[in-house]
Design a protein around this ligand. Sequence first.
Ligand code: BGP
Length: 476
Amino acid sequence: MAGFPKDFLWGGAVAAHQLEGAWQEDGKGTSVADVMTVGGPGISRRITEGVLEGEYYPNHEGIDFYHRYKEDIALFAEMGFKCFRTSIAWTRIFPKGDEEVPNEAGLKFYDDLFDECLKYGIEPVVTLSHFELPYHLVTEYGGFANRKVIDFFVKFAEVCFTRYKDKVKYWMTFNEINNQANYNDQFFPFTNSGIAYKEGDDREQIMYQAAHYELVASAKAVQIGKAINPDFEIGCMIAMCPIYPATCKPSDVLMAQKAMEKRYYFTDVHVHGTYPGYMMTYFARKGYDLDITSEDLAELEKGTVDYIGFSYYMSFAITHKEDNIYYDYHEQEDFVRNEYIGISDWGWQIDPEGLRYALNWFTDHYRLPLFIVENGFGAIDEKEADGSVHDTYRIDYFCDHINEMKKAVVEDGVDLMGYTPWGCIDLISAGTGEMKKRYGFIYVDRDNEGNGTLERSKKDSFDWFKKVIASNGEIL
Ligand code: BGP
């Protein structure tokens, strides 16, 4: 094969809570994403108790995709998108999460959205839970730390699968489920699982428990989805940041291996339907008495995924400290700067070859089709007086990554389904809540304070990506 497969899924990716806005419209309830304020470079968003008067929550209005999606999808079609990845905001369907009956207006919105995509031959790729847990499930149940939340998710999934069974073929259950391995940061456990840690909590134990319930919820959803439509392709979604040893010192190499285990065992459970032995040993050594029943283990085995969706933005490097006798992994603490690669304004280490490494790593471990469902360059874009945006740095970033992706497919034989760059239209950053960290091929006139006309315009990368798609990745 000379290049990418003929039916390669080129497209773009977004998440409902980062662009739809209309946060209270047509019956939508409050989600975890709705109670986080804007942050900044190096400053995480603050999680507030409910929605506070006088606080600014940028994603409440987003880029108003809820009302402007037709215009935006027309632009995606102009770029030649074969697919469009978005999420279904859980709180549009079940505003509080524990209702009996879904909200028809919310279901109708996604009917219209998917129809609009299909009109142009754009295949919707849908994430069920992309940092959008109903906030009521946090305050009433403690989020996914509570087993009851499994059933609420499964019901939500079933309603979506049933309603959109003839419109959506590609699904993913939980976005970047493994990010919560970084339990020292309040952000990920909250966005992944709705866990709001209290003083004195054993954070790691709670995180593993919640992650287990999510994995069971995912496995149950996969089974239900397949029963509703056997042609569904249902994947997991993993945040892939390869962890390299900082040196070839054997203890650094072992440290990197151990760190990879802790960050990526989630994939083993999704794909193989079992926990790897090293995790069970770890739980026992730490004295974690997790609620993992034999029924759960049976569900995990029956609900394995069809493909691995993953995001790729950066790689890490890690070093081993003498006193870490078990080679236990503490995300961030043991990381070091990798001097061989560049870094973005937000401190993300840019590593195109790491993408090829990641594609091969997943293939070696799991032998499943892969789907790169996020990759991109967050930057401050300057709009010229004539309205143009010369985002050469973004084009360079994509060229480098697509080149490595091509080598993985052509030279290494990786089975890759598609590529959906993140934030194909400018949207609110998940990590910082900012508007000024932009990823799009399409510029949106909106600033960090919420000013601007919301008008859309094409950046230089728009025409560039259009050519990439038209040539199936041959012209970069
Ligand atoms: C991933 C999330 C996305 C997204 C992206 C870029 O972690 O799945 O929702 O936003 O990263 O991150 P950020 O928005 O923080 O720049």
